[in-house]
Write a protein that binds this ligand. Structure first.
Ligand SMILES: [Zn+2]
Length: 271
């Protein structure tokens, strides 16, 4: 069984974590049962694409109802494929929830100690990585496309938690639904950057498809980054769900050639 279990029309949930702590809500949305039309049909949750803002807001309200965490508790970010990770507090509730212009700027990772705040990031192929340190009442999420992966944003969050007194061995991580190796072709430019970050462990995370074209396994690269940051292998789970393979459930930036909606990865505690 996958780490992500379908719990409704609009969302999958990391049930292993919610079984451990019933107030913890962590999951990933589908593209189904929303109000948007055309290439955003139908549950587009990203404001930054060319969809109608009122449709995106309505879609977010629908998901909020399904996961029982009101939109007023959500926090969103203006994602830039960087490696900035921010601590989110109760005072940030609602930022980026009902419109894009209030989103936390230039941020691809968030974490919080507080209940009643839902961290949300938008995805359509890039890798969502969820973090949970139950001993410290701490949760987080990062967005890692190839750029964020090369910048090792997952390790940035782990180092930040280490500086707060959280040991890497206390951290659990889940690598969520994202593009699989068979669907993800990259060029020499990207391959050479991936080489630089994984050379020290002597493994390859891509296969050559043809001259200058490689099939890259971004989930595995991030798994390696998490282990290098000190997480225990048994505390890291990887979803086998592929956003590009499963066209009936997910939007995919690659598959849909850029004209598509966004899912949300989300994590937080109910109050
Ligand atoms: Zn795939």
């Amino acid at each position: 069984m996958d780490t992500f279990v379908r719990t409704g029309q609009r969302a999958f949930s990391i049930t292993e974590w919610s079984n451990e702590d019933s107030s913890l809500i962590a999951g990933f949305s589908t593209k189904l049962s929303g109000a948007s039309e055309g290439c955003f049909g139908s549950l587009n949750l990203g404001y930054h694409v060319e969809d109608k803002e009122n449709h995106v807001r309505a879609n977010r309200e629908l998901l909020a109802g399904e996961i029982s965490l009101p939109l007023s508790t959500w926090v969103g970010a203006e994602q830039t494929h960087g490696d900035r990770v921010v601590k989110v507090m109760t005072a940030d509730k609602g930022k980026g929830a009902k419109s894009y212009d209030t989103a936390i700027k230039d941020t691809d990772g968030m974490y919080t100690f507080e209940s009643g705040v839902l961290l949300t990031l938008a995805f359509a192929d890039c890798v969502p990585i969820y973090f949970y340190a139950p001993n410290h009442h701490l949760v987080g999420i990062v967005h890692a496309g190839w750029k964020g992966t090369v910048k090792q944003i997952a390790a940035t969050l782990v180092r930040e938690w280490n500086s707060l007194g959280v040991k890497s061995e206390e951290i659990q991580a889940v690598i969520g639904p994202s593009i699989c190796q068979s669907c993800y072709i990259v060029d020499d430019f990207v391959r050479s950057r991936i080489d630089k970050i994984v050379t020290n462990i002597g493994e390859k995370y891509y296969t050559e498809k043809e001259q200058g074209q490689y099939l890259l396994n971004l989930k595995e690269v991030n798994l390696s980054i998490l282990q290098q940051a000190g997480l225990l292998r048994e505390n890291i789970y990887t979803s086998s769900l592929c956003t590009s393979c499963d066209s009936s459930t997910f939007f995919s930036h690659r598959r849909d050639q850029g004209n598509t909606g966004r899912m949300l990865g989300f994590i937080g505690w109910k109050e």
